[in-house]
Design a protein around this ligand. Structure first.
Ligand SMILES: Cc1ncc(C[n+]2csc(CCOP(=O)(O)OP(=O)(O)O)c2C)c(N)n1
Length: 359
């Protein structure tokens, strides 16, 4: 696959797997049956965890949560293309990418339960914590990519963000710097059509967001974000180029957020049900199931067995996260600085004094 074959300025978009479950054999990488089933397993795992998180939030057992339903192919397809030495810089909706990376589910749950322990991801996972500020982490990703180069370490950085983040000044700075310095970074934009209630068309007047890559002097490609193979192929190619000194790439994965922005949002106030229904017919699990079935790799029984196994895993992780000692007031001070500045050390002491005798 050559990025130049999919010029976004000529209206080209990369797709390998059609909504009917057919593939373009020229583009499909040579995956064995186990790997094909693994794609589905990861997407299903993310879907089930996501739904459980929504339910836990409604029961008051989890804080505000941003669901990813509909975006599984973007995250699973891209993370499957990463090497162990690559880094992931997520925004806040990257549950599936985080799971594929191998982060224990109980850690992810702890984060959304408001426990700082959920952000203390062991270094070996090569994954930064969740970034709630929109777009600021694109700068961290470029900085990390430059650090990898200066240290002559293997690997590249994949940075995830939404269409809304591309409207932020930080994104502009990150793209400018990465383009000029040819940083080994892949900007992975999940264009899920909405930035809370703001539709894509008033985020940017350009025909595609992928065109932004061209504007900053790097390849930009628009791909079908509900097609895990297109996602895999584009990410793998971009990473290979980045690792080989070929500089950054901007990938616009066109997908759709089927649920609310977060558990605090009510999308019925700003988008039509008919739009959601139309997009639900194109969602990645339905499409991938069709593909597997055509290859004789899917059966109802197989999926039901998988669901049972995954549900047990989720239940065990929830039990473990809920058994964890709750957050302590001083946690807000304890994980930001290697050495606490004097004014914060004073505030910490005041807080501890105010809570003395509570434990
Ligand atoms: C700097 C900053 N401004 C505003 C917000 C409030 N906010 C949270 S999410 C969001 C929209 C993000 O949309 P997008 O980047 O498309 O990602 P998506 O949520 O669709 O995945 C906004 C404006 C924020 N968290 N940070």
């Amino acid at each position: 696959m050559q990025f130049s074959d999919f010029d976004p300025l000529k209206g080209k978009r990369l797709q390998v797997l059609t909504p009917d479950g057919e593939v373009d054999p020229k583009l499909l990488p040579d995956f064995d049956d186990d790997t094909l089933r693994t794609f589905f397993r990861h997407m299903l795992a993310a879907r089930l965890v996501d739904r459980q998180c929504m339910a836990l939030q409604r029961e008051g057992r989890l804080g505000t949560y941003p669901p990813l339903e509909g975006q599984e192919a973007c995250q699973v397809g891209s993370t499957m293309a990463l090497a162990a030495t690559d880094w992931i810089v997520p925004s806040f909706r990257e549950l599936a990418a985080t799971l594929v990376r191998g982060v224990p589910l109980e850690m992810i749950l702890l984060y959304w339960m408001g426990n700082e322990e959920g952000s203390r991801i062991p270094r070996d996972f090569r994954l930064l914590p969740v970034s709630i500020p929109v777009g600021t982490h694109t700068l961290h990703a470029v900085g990390m990519a430059m650090a990898l180069r200066y240290r002559q370490e293997a690997g590249a950085v994949v940075c995830y963000f939404g269409d809304g983040a591309t409207s932020e000044g930080d994104f502009h700075e990150a793209m400018t710097f990465a383009g000029v310095r040819r940083a080994p970074v892949v900007f992975f934009c999940q264009n899920n059509a909405w930035a809370i209630s703001v539709p894509r068309k008033i985020q940017c007047a350009a025909e595609t967001l992928a065109a932004k890559g061209v504007g900053y002097g790097m390849p930009g490609i628009q791909i079908d974000g509900n097609d895990p193979f297109a996602v895999y192929l584009a990410t793998r190619t971009a990473l290979q180029q980045a690792r080989a000194g070929g500089g950054p790439t901007f990938i616009e994965a066109v997908t759709y957020r089927l649920g609310p922005h977060t558990t605090s949002d009510d999308p019925s106030r700003y988008r039509e049900d008919a739009e959601v229904e139309r997009m639900r017919a194109l969602e990645p699990l339905v499409r991938f199931r069709r593909f597997l079935e055509k290859r004789g790799l899917w059966s109802q029984g197989w999926e039901e067995g998988l669901v049972r196994e995954l549900e047990e895993w989720i239940e065990a992780a929830v039990r473990q996260a809920e058994a964890h000692p709750g957050p302590r007031p001083q946690d807000v001070f304890d994980h930001m600085f290697a050495e606490l500045p004097p004014h914060l050390a004073r505030q910490r002491a005041e807080l501890l004094a105010a809570h003395a005798g509570e434990e």
